[in-house]
Design a protein around this ligand. Structure first.
Ligand SMILES: [Zn+2]
Length: 67
């Protein structure tokens, strides 16, 4: 007969630092992506309007004013 330990729950408490850190990282990435798609007018890209042109179709798809 083997002795087994009871399974530990895989759910992290809502207030734990790991959950908050992950949530803040996800929000930061989403804000950066939103900026790059919707608001960048060439300030980030070193080669002029490269990012603006790369995200141009997505910008129009979302209805963001462009030109
Ligand atoms: Zn446009």
């Amino acid at each position: 007969m083997s002795s087994s330990t009871p399974a530990q729950p895989l759910v992290h408490p809502v207030g734990s630092a790991r959950v908050w850190g992950t949530a803040l990282a996800v929000v930061g990435v989403l804000l950066l992506l939103t900026y790059l798609v919707a608001f960048d007018q060439g300030a980030v890209s070193r080669s002029g309007m490269y990012l603006h042109e790369l995200m141009h179709d997505g910008r129009h798809l979302l209805g963001v004013p462009c030109h």
